[in-house]
Design a binder for this molecule. Structure first.
Ligand SMILES: [Zn+2]
Length: 206
């Protein structure tokens, strides 16, 4: 069975913004006749931008793990916790559920995103033998987990709010949280810069 044709093969292209399908144009300055946004067949410099944002995110992930993200303070003691020590602390303090949530949001999700984005970028660049449908599924998965990756920052915010009600102890967020937030934003931008249509451009593998 032959694969369905691409828009380009049919002499058509679509607008990113309003989805209007128009006649294909080689002109790099072409504009959508309906909403006047720039028309391009593929996102410009998608792979380079996606790589740059992903590498920047990986670099910021180091200080996000090295610097403490929160301080728990009571009358007798003051503890600064990094992501990992915070997870152990939560587990030890009898909140295994919360520890699992923080572990998932701050270790598992970012790692999965780094790995999947790398696989997608390398496979598109090398037009690898990975089946397009599976790669498209991976891309949708990255988009899906993107919504959950701010969870960690929320957990620190919620913890601070909860503990503030008790007079003798308090939890406050520390600069590590900022680095973590930067990682989350950069990985999201990296996934957004990636043009999933590139996955289908090399369909020899199907
Ligand atoms: Zn348009």
């Amino acid at each position: 069975m032959s694969a369905p044709p691409r828009a380009q093969e049919l002499g058509m292209m679509s607008c990113h913004v309003c989805r209007l399908v128009t006649a294909y144009s080689e002109d790099p300055h072409a504009h959508c006749p309906r909403c006047h946004s720039a028309l391009h067949v593929r996102k410009q410099g998608s792979i380079a931008r996606s790589w740059a944002l992903l590498l920047a995110a990986a670099m910021f992930y180091i200080p996000a793990n090295v610097f403490p993200i929160m301080r728990t303070q009571s009358l007798s003691s003051k503890d600064d916790n990094t992501i990992l020590s915070g997870i152990f602390e939560l587990w030890r303090a009898g909140s295994p559920g919360l520890a699992v949530i923080v572990f998932t949001a701050s270790i598992v999700v970012p790692m999965l995103k780094f790995i999947i984005m790398t696989v997608l970028l390398v496979s598109v660049q090398r037009s690898s033998g990975l089946v397009s449908k599976q790669r498209a599924r991976l891309y949708r998965f990255v988009e899906l987990i993107g919504y959950w990756s701010m969870l960690d920052v929320f957990v620190v915010a919620i913890l601070s709010a909860l503990v503030h009600f008790q007079i003798l102890s308090r939890v406050e967020p520390l600069p590590g949280v900022v680095y973590f937030g930067v990682v989350v934003v950069l990985t999201m931008l990296s996934a957004m810069s990636f043009d999933p249509r590139l996955i289908w451009d090399n369909r020899k593998s199907q």
